[in-house]
Design a protein around this ligand. Structure first.
Ligand code: PLP
Length: 393
C-alpha cells in the first residue's frame, strides 16, 4: 500500500504552536503577569438566546416518539435551505433552495469541495491566506500557484491574464488581512474566471462583518458569478458556532463544466460522503435566520466591531498603516520601524504582554505585518489599545 505521498509536500505549520510555546515560556518566567490575547481567531461571546432555546427544543424533540428525527436529508433540512435562500434574497441574490447546501462548517467544505475538480487543475491562492487553501490543495495533489498581495494593492490583488489558475480562492472579508473586495474588483475576478473557464471558491466566512452598504457580501451579487463560482459560508464567526458547527455552501445550477453540472455532482458527493448535519444543530442554526436571531447576532457582532474601533483608533493615533477592522474582525498592521513580524511579536509580549499573530505565518508576503483579532473581551482590547499607544507613541 502506498500512502498519499502528497502529505510530504505540506509545510509544518509552526504558527500557533510557536505562539503557544512563546507565551507559555513567558508566563513561566513571569507568573504574575496576565496576557492580553489579541491573536485568537475564535469567538469569545456565547451563543444567542434564540439559538439556545432552539437547541433545547430540538433536544426535547429527539426524546419523544412523535417529534424524533433520524437521518436528516444529506444536503440539509429543506426548511433551513429555504431560510438561507431567503437570507440571500434580502441582498437581491435569487437562489433556488437546492442550490444551498447545509454543512458542518467552512473548513469541512473547503477540503471536500475539491472532489468536484480534476487533480490536474491548478489552485491559485492569494497570499497572505487562510492556511487551509494551500494545504487542502496540496493534500489533494494539486499544484498551487501563489499570488502575493501587498500594501500597494491594499492586499486585494486583481487578476491578470498571464495567471493560470483553474481553481481560484478568494476570501472577502479576508483572513488575515481584513481587506474586502468592492463590486468592481470582484467583477474583474468573475470576468477573469469566465474568460479562463476557472472556478472561484469564494470564502464568505466573515460576510456578516461588512457594515459598509456598498460592499458585496456574496460573490453572487456580481453579474456572471453563477457561471463560475461556489460560495462557502460559516456560522462560526457570524453567530458564535465555532464549537457548535454549522455552515452552508452555494453551488449554482448554472455552474457547468464540460457538460457536467457541479450542483448535481455536489448532491451526489454529499449523498455519498455525508449523512447530513444533525437535526439539533440545524434547528439551532435555523434560529439565526429568524428576525430575532438576526437581531441577536448583530448585538454580538457590534461588540467585536467596537473592539475593532478601539484598536483602529490606537493605530490611527500612532500613524501606523493597517487595513481591515472596519468591515472585518481582523486588523492587519504594518510592523513599526521595519521590524519583522516575529520580532514585533516578541516585543509586544515582553513589553506590554499583548499577544497577536505574526503575519509571516500566513505566507512569506505577510512578513513585516501583524494581525490583531477583535474577538477578545472589550476590557482586554481597551487595555491592549492603551498599552500599544503608550509603547509606540
Ligand atoms: N474560512 C476562513 C477564512 C476562516 O478564517 C475560518 C476559520 O477561522 C474558516 C473558513 C473555517 O470556518 P469553520 O469554523 O466554519 O470551519
Amino acid at each position: 500500500m502506498k500512502p498519499n505521498t502528497h502529505y510530504a509536500n505540506l509545510k509544518d505549520s509552526y504558527l500557533f504552536f510557536n505562539i503557544a510555546q512563546k507565551t507559555k515560556a513567558y508566563l513561566e518566567a513571569h507568573p504574575d503577569q496576565r496576557l492580553l490575547r489579541m491573536g485568537i481567531g475564535d469567538v469569545s461571546l456565547p451563543l444567542s438566546d434564540v439559538v439556545i432555546q432552539a437547541l433545547h427544543e430540538a433536544v426535547e424533540d429527539q426524546g419523544k416518539k412523535d417529534t424524533f428525527h433520524g437521518y436528516m436529508p444529506e444536503c440539509g433540512d429543506p426548511a433551513l435551505r429555504t431560510a438561507i435562500a431567503a437570507y440571500y434574497k434580502k441582498r437581491g441574490v435569487i437562489l433556488e433552495d437546492d442550490e444551498v447546501f447545509v454543512s458542518s462548517g467552512a473548513s469541512d467544505e473547503l477540503g471536500d469541495i475539491l472532489d468536484l475538480f480534476d487533480r490536474e487543475n491548478t489552485a491559485l491562492v492569494i497570499e497572505p491566506a487562510y492556511p487551509a487553501y494551500v494545504d487542502a490543495s496540496l493534500i489533494a495533489g494539486r499544484k498551487v500557484i501563489h499570488l502575493p498581495a501587498g500594501k500597494e494593492n491594499g492586499f486585494l490583488p486583481e487578476p491578470s491574464d498571464d495567471l493560470a489558475g483553474d481553481i481560484i480562492y478568494l476570501c472577502s472579508p479576508n483572513n488575515p488581512t481584513g481587506a474586502v473586495y468592492s463590486h468592481g474588483q470582484l467583477k474583474a475576478w468573475v470576468d477573469y474566471a469566465n474568460r479562463h473557464d476557472s472556478v472561484i471558491l469564494f470564502d464568505a466566512a466573515y460576510e456578516a462583518f461588512i457594515g459598509d452598504e456598498n460592499l458585496p457580501h456574496s460573490i453572487f451579487e456580481i453579474e456572471g458569478a453563477k457561471k463560475c463560482a461556489i460560495e462557502i459560508c460559516s456560522l462560526s464567526k457570524t453567530a458564535g458556532f465555532t464549537g457548535t458547527r454549522m455552515g452552508y455552501t452555494v453551488v449554482p445550477k448554472d455552474l457547468v463544466r464540460e457538460g457536467m453540472s457541479l450542483n448535481a455532482m455536489w448532491v451526489r458527493n454529499r449523498t455519498t460522503k455525508t449523512n447530513g448535519v444533525s437535526y439539533i444543530i440545524q434547528k439551532g442554526g435555523a434560529a439565526i435566520f429568524t428576525d430575532r436571531g438576526q437581531d441577536q447576532i448583530r448585538e454580538n457582532i457590534k461588540v467585536y466591531k467596537n473592539n475593532a474601533k478601539m484598536l483602529m483608533e490606537a493605530l490611527d493615533r500612532l500613524g501606523i498603516w493597517y487595513c481591515g477592522g472596519k468591515n472585518s474582525p481582523y486588523i492587519w498592521m504594518e510592523c513599526p520601524n521595519r521590524m519583522d513580524s516575529w520580532s514585533f511579536f516578541d516585543y509586544l509580549l515582553k513589553e506590554i504582554q499583548v499577544v497577536g499573530t505574526p503575519g509571516e505565518g500566513f505566507g512569506a508576503c505577510g512578513e513585516g505585518y501583524f494581525r490583531f483579532s477583535t474577538f477578545g473581551s472589550p476590557e482586554d482590547t481597551r487595555e491592549a489599545a492603551k498599552r500599544l499607544v503608550d509603547l509606540l507613541g
